[in-house]
Structure formats: structure tokens, C-alpha cells
Design a protein around this ligand. Structure first.
Ligand code: OGA
Ligand code: MN
Length: 295
């Protein structure tokens, strides 16, 4: 089998590719992993259909792309976890695979995924790739949308580009959850998730393309009063998530979707609160904090 990648939407030839010719249940060759990595550089998001994999197989595939993050951004206590620390639980299920109550703190926290974000931008070294495997889907709703932050940067007018080019933002899960009115954090969580600085504009190390590095976790811009910064971040996010930059992924069971958090944002869409939805995410860490990367 040879790996092939074709655009999901021919009208947008460099955003979201569909991969064929690979079975992630089997070990992946270095050549196939390199072809997929090249596809990530080009498309930012890759979709693999029909991959009925378990966590071991997902972890083995993910490790081709670099060291993995652990789920230190999760609000569930270790004793309540359903999955290993290297697998982010993107579900509405408890340890016994029962659907969480509507007002469960873990469910309310996870609703933060419905805001446009880049994974782990609240960590000093944020995420490079996320790999999300659909084990159970709810049957209605629950799409995941992706926005192309390279195209969003390209479309800004020159004055805005030069104004924001060197800006530094602060990111925290306290900021993103605050948008939804979730403020119920312990003192320990507030300290663990203290704001971290990130560049607002970043350059892809291989393609050299610039992109906007936005996320619901961003709550401050250095040197700017908070309300002005939040208004600006909101304006930029509105610009960056216009429909022309967005692709909606409609899940089928056993899809795996992989995205580059350096050049995209994503968000979950609503689905019925009483229907199970079970997705498992592995996350490849970036190489360094964005301020330590070439501008
Ligand atoms: C994630 C995420 C969105 C979704 O896995 O990081 O934000 O649709 N998921 O569940
Ligand atoms: Mn996410």
C-alpha cells in the first residue's frame, strides 16, 4: 500500500487532506510516517477513515511524530481517570463509561472545547500535533471544526499585520473557562494553570509560513490594558474563523483526525447531553515555548 493524500475540499487545496493507503493497526514504516508528516506541513489537518484502533496502536503511531504530552491539563483527579496519562479523555464518560451528569464538574470543564482553541496553548511548551480517534460518536451533532490560521494571517491587511507581528499574549485555562462562566477552580488548579506567554504570530519551522496563534486560552496581550486586549483577541478570532477559513469534520466511527496546533484552531460542536461520545486524543508536544522559536 502507498499513502496517498487528497484535499477534502478541492476548492481549498492546502487545507485538510484525506489519507488513504494506510492501516494504523499495523506498525507504520518510517517512509509512511514521513509522507504523513509532509502531508501535515501542507494540509494542517489530516483525516484517516476506517481506523478501528486501540490506545496502544494510537500511541505507537503518534510517537512517530515526537515526544508525547501527558494529560496535565485535565481537571479529573488521577483516581477518576478512565484512560492512561498519555491519552486525553475527550468523552462525556466517567470511569465506568457512564455518561456524566449534566452538571458534573468534569463535563462543564470539558465544554471549554466548544470555544475555538489550539491544544495546550496554556502550557509553556504547547502542543504540536493532536491525534483524535473516534471510538463512539453520538449519531447527531458533535462535529469538530477546524480553522486555517495561515490563511487567516495571509488575509489580514498590512497595517494590522505590522501592528500585531511582535505581540506576546498570555494563555491560561482559567481565562478560557472564565468565558463560559466556569470559575470553580481550586487554589491548586489556579497555580498549576497560571498564565504562560506565547507569540501571537508564529512561523512554521519547515514551510516558513506565518500563522496567527490564537486560542480561547489567550486572555492578555503584553503592554495592553486587559479589556482592550480581550476586544482585540476577540476581533482577531472572529476574523480567523470566518466560514471561508473553516472546515467542519463530520465524524464517522473509527475516524482518526490529526491536526497541527501551530497552524490551526479547532472547536467541538454541541451534541445531546445524554448520548455517549468517546474520543481518545494523543498529543505530540512542540519543541519549545513559542518565544524560544524563530519569529
Ligand atoms: C480536542 C478537542 C474537539 C471535539 O480533542 O482537543 O478540542 O470535537 N476536541 O471533541
Ligand atoms: Mn482541543
Amino acid at each position: 500500500m502507498t499513502v496517498t493524500i487528497t484535499p477534502a475540499n478541492p476548492a481549498r487545496p492546502d487545507f485538510v487532506g484525506v489519507v488513504a493507503g494506510i492501516d494504523l493497526k499495523n506498525p507504520v514504516s518510517a517512509a509512511d510516517a514521513a509522507a504523513i508528516d509532509a502531508g501535515m506541513d501542507k494540509f494542517g489537518v489530516l483525516v484517516f477513515h476506517g481506523q478501528d484502533i486501540n490506545d496502544e496502536q494510537q500511541l505507537a503511531f503518534s510517537r512517530h511524530f515526537g515526544p508525547l504530552e501527558t494529560a496535565t491539563g485535565d481537571i479529573a483527579k488521577a483516581a477518576d481517570r478512565r484512560l492512561s496519562m498519555e491519552v486525553n479523555d475527550i468523552s462525556n464518560l466517567d470511569k465506568n463509561s457512564n455518561v456524566l451528569a449534566r452538571d458534573d464538574r468534569r463535563r462543564l470543564f470539558s465544554l471549554g472545547n466548544m470555544l475555538w482553541h489550539s491544544d495546550s496553548s496554556f502550557k509553556a511548551t504547547p502542543a504540536k500535533y493532536s491525534l483524535l480517534s473516534a471510538r463512539v460518536i453520538p449519531g447527531e451533532g458533535g462535529n469538530t471544526e477546524f480553522a486555517d490560521m495561515r490563511a487567516a494571517w495571509d488575509a489580514l491587511d498590512p497595517a494590522m499585520k505590522s501592528e500585531i507581528r511582535e505581540m506576546i499574549t498570555d494563555h491560561s485555562q482559567i481565562f478560557s473557562r472564565g468565558i463560559l462562566g466556569f470559575t470553580d477552580f481550586t487554589e491548586e488548579e489556579r497555580q498549576r494553570w497560571a498564565p504562560v506567554p506565547q507569540r501571537l504570530v508564529r512561523r512554521h519551522p519547515k514551510t516558513g509560513r506565518l500563522s496567527l496563534f490564537l486560542s480561547a486560552h489567550a486572555g492578555q496581550i503584553h503592554g495592553m490594558p486587559v479589556p482592550e486586549a480581550r476586544a482585540m483577541l476577540r476581533d482577531l478570532t472572529e476574523h480567523a474563523t470566518q466560514r471561508e477559513f473553516v472546515h467542519a469534520h463530520v465524524w464517522r466511527a473509527h475516524d482518526l483526525v490529526m491536526w497541527d496546533n501551530r497552524v490551526t484552531m479547532h472547536r467541538a460542536r454541541r451534541y445531546p447531553a445524554d448520548k455517549p461520545r468517546d474520543l481518545h486524543r494523543t498529543t505530540v508536544a512542540d519543541s519549545s515555548p513559542t518565544l524560544a522559536q524563530a519569529a
